[in-house]
Design a protein around this ligand. Structure first.
Ligand code: MEV
Length: 316
């Protein structure tokens, strides 16, 4: 039996980095997916194949020795094989509709899809159980994750996420469009999070004042989402970008991309860890085309729809 699971890419509308230190973030899953197919084998090996490479190791080899690209998947496979006292090996195939390392949550989507797929070989698991396995797996490469990215990949839609794990899913579907543009600069989330930690340790007062301002901004953003007030929501996004610049996770390229849409979109900001990766611009039908055109001359970009499905599972 093949067990198949897929999980969506994500964008962070508000609150990246600050969420690592408490407070809230607003995240949204979008219509690009990572799919994982797995199957038990008699080889005693863990075999992984993805766009990022191939790996074949005896299932007893520690995940800690593997390249970081494969580590979370090996962790999940070993945890499941051990939990169910299985003698089998497992083959795992990963395919992605979006690039990794650009702030769209590829590592979280991969952890969630792998946890969904591999656990499915051993019977039904709840979404909560899969989320727990996925976050533990992500921690093998990114110890300080807030867990926000995996959470939105599991549940889908727009989530208000608190660091203590509390989540509130927005029940209405806001009427906005998002343009996602890729700077092409690959980043490492854990490195950028460490840079922010250093900034916080050196500039404690500035950082805690920014955390407070971000908290208020997120409350305003939630009210704007309820009212679908895109003009104000866009301004709040631009203001959030200023906070991210202050903690030094933006760079010249991201600023110039944001500048390209300043007269067309309602607002724009980087999304995810920053220091490369993607920006998002807020639009609706009236300005979507113009916003896409402003970016498409220089950057790979697409309009993203909100995914409301989150984790999906099947078997074949
Ligand atoms: C990365 O997509 C989001 C960060 O806030 C890290 C995290 O929440 O774990 C930068």
């Amino acid at each position: 039996m093949k067990s198949i699971a897929s999980a969506p890419a994500k964008i962070i509308l508000f609150g990246e980095h600050f969420i690592v230190y408490g407070g809230k973030a607003i995240l949204c899953s979008i219509d690009k997916r990572i799919t994982v197919e797995s199957e038990l084998t008699k080889t005693g090996q863990i075999e992984i194949e993805s766009q990022l490479g191939k790996l074949k190791i005896p299932k007893s080899d520690s995940y800690k020795n593997a390249d970081s690209v494969f580590r979370p998947i090996i962790y999940i496979a070993q945890r499941m094989l051990e939990k169910f006292h299985s003698e089998s090996g497992v083959t795992i195939r990963v395919s992605a509709e979006f690039p990794s390392g650009v702030g769209l949550g590829s590592s979280s989507a991969c952890c969630v899809a792998a946890a969904g797929s591999i656990s499915g070989l051993f019977g039904k698991h709840t979404k909560e159980e899969i989320l727990k396995i996925a976050i533990d797996a992500e921690r093998t490469i990114f110890e300080n994750t807030s867990g926000a990215d995996c959470t939105v990949c599991v549940y889908g839609g727009i989530l208000e996420y608190s660091k203590d794990g509390q989540i509130k899913r927005l029940e209405f579907v806001p009427k906005f469009e998002l343009v996602v543009a890729n700077s092409g600069m690959i980043h490492s989330t854990s490195k950028v999070v460490s840079m922010v930690r250093q900034f916080k340790d050196k500039k404690q007062e500035i950082f805690s004042s920014l955390c407070m301002q971000e908290k208020n901004l997120i409350e305003d953003a939630l009210a704007c989402l309820q009212k679908n007030d895109l003009t104000k929501l866009g301004k709040l996004m631009t203001q959030n970008q200023e906070f991210l610049e202050k903690i030094r996770v933006s760079n010249d390229m991201l600023s110039s991309m944001i500048n390209l849409v300043k007269d067309t979109a309602y607002g724009a900001k980087l999304t995810g860890a920053g220091d490369g990766g993607c920006i998002i611009a807020l639009a609706d039908k009236s300005n979507l085309e113009k916003t896409l055109n402003a970016l498409a001359k220089k950057y790979e970009c697409f309009s993203a729809k909100i995914d409301t499905n989150g984790l999906q599972r099947s078997s074949a």
